[in-house]
Design a binder for this molecule. Structure first.
Ligand SMILES: Cc1ncc(COP(=O)(O)O)c(C=O)c1O
Length: 387
């Protein structure tokens, strides 16, 4: 969660570097006045290097990152894209905006895409799968990747929460053909609003770079106003100010994740012996970003009581149980494409996911944790769980 906790002198210095050297806030052109400052480009290169991938493209948000990645696949009406029932609405919004039909699968004990449910939903219309690493815990990419390969379906990753995490030593976002990241203000590293796509393949990168920039190919042999183009596009360009903040935040990412993991562990150590707590499952070989500490309790009413007790103690929960309607496809009756694909009544869908989410509790993890938090967590939860 806490890139925002560490916004400070380093971010300020990167932004000042723009304003003190020409003040160009646009990622292209203005070569005569920008004094060789290219913050977005530098941020993309540094991000790609840190993940060990050949290309990265900065965009305006995590939602835009998903939308641009889907644009590369040139989806047609009737094509289907499968994702998981527990995700932020943005994942499904991006599928709908791309003109494809969204399909949601059940989640497993990781609270991410259940490979068994995924396998049952694949049809000849399936073009892509978006695995989401909700709240920083990897999805079971071993099984999901195999299903995608066996069925010749594109794997994409929604790594909005996965920045800085890995599975089997491979950074989250680099398992799929493309990985999408969010740098909104609640994410592990932030540019206020912003996002990034990482690519394995240069052709995908070039198509995405053009599409996010009205089709501009940024042909170096002609001025931008005479630029070549091969496809239509849109505008999802990141500004230089966001790029500057991203450069500074990226340098802090590994220490942020390490601190979150340490704090998550001390929070769990304080409560793990309370009766009735079951930790979220984690695939073997995971390096979680530890954005949250997630566990399940006996039932939905106990989960709600846990939240009440935590709030009374001056603590909080994060998404589960209080914000599930923004994160569970079973409640998205405002999305006609999703409702129609799932038989017209979302209320009867995703029963396994509903049961898992109903009794789940998620605690926010921060970098600058007040040292009294673990003991206060114990005190609050004990009131509910020890009868
Ligand atoms: C799983 C997931 N995907 C996508 C997004 C969208 O990111 P952004 O807020 O940067 O548009 C979010 C944001 O919370 C998210 O949680």
């Amino acid at each position: 969660m806490p890139g925002y906790e560490l916004i400070g002198a380093e971010e300020q210095a990167e932004v000042d570097d723009i304003f003190n050297n020409g003040g160009v806030l646009f990622r292209h052109s203005f070569d005569a006045i920008r004094q060789d400052r290219w913050k977005v480009r530098d941020f993309e290169r540094a991000f790609a290097k840190s993940l060990g991938v050949p290309h990265a493209l900065a965009v305006t948000s995590g939602t835009a990152a998903l939308r641009v990645a889907l644009a590369v696949l040139d989806l047609q009406p009737g094509d289907e894209v499968i994702t998981q029932s527990f995700t932020f609405v943005a994942t499904v919004e991006a599928i709908i905006e791309s003109g494809a039909t969204p399909v949601c699968a059940e989640i497993d004990g990781t609270l991410n895409l259940d490979p068994r449910s995924l396998a049952k939903l694949i049809t000849p219309r399936t073009r892509a799968v978006i695995a989401v690493h909700m709240l920083g815990t990897p999805a079971d990419l071993f099984a999901i990747d195999k299903i995608c390969r066996d069925n010749k379906v594109v794997l994409l990753e929604d790594a909005a929460w996965g920045c800085g995490g890995s599975l089997d030593q491979m950074p989250l976002g680099t398992w799929g053909r493309m990985g999408a990241f969010s740098f909104d203000f609640a994410k592990t590293m932030t540019t206020g609003e912003g996002g990034m796509i990482v690519f394995q393949d240069e052709t995908d990168f070039k198509a995405a770079a053009a599409w996010h920039d009205h089709g501009h190919e940024n042909n170096p042999t002609v001025p931008r106003w005479e630029d070549t183009r091969a496809s239509s596009g849109f505008n999802f360009r990141m500004t230089e100010m966001q790029g500057a903040v991203g450069l500074a935040q990226l340098k802090k990412l590994s220490s942020v994740v390490a601190a979150q993991r340490k704090n998550r562990d001390s929070m769990w150590a304080a409560i793990k012996d309370l009766p009735g707590l079951t930790p979220r499952e984690v695939p073997a070989g995971s390096y979680e970003t530890a954005d949250a500490l997630v566990f399940s309790v006996e039932d939905g009413s106990t989960a709600k009581k846990c939240r009440e007790a935590l709030v009374a103690e001056g603590l909080s929960t994060k998404i589960l149980p209080e914000a599930v309607t923004w994160h569970f496809a079973g409640t998205w009756t405002h999305m006609p494409e999703l409702v129609a694909r799932h038989g017209g009544d979302l209320g009867n869908q995703f029963q396994d996911s509903r049961k898992r989410l109903d009794k789940a509790v998620s605690l926010p993890v921060v970098v600058k944790m007040d040292e009294t938090v673990p003991a206060r967590l114990h005190k609050a939860l004990k009131k509910v769980l020890v009868r």
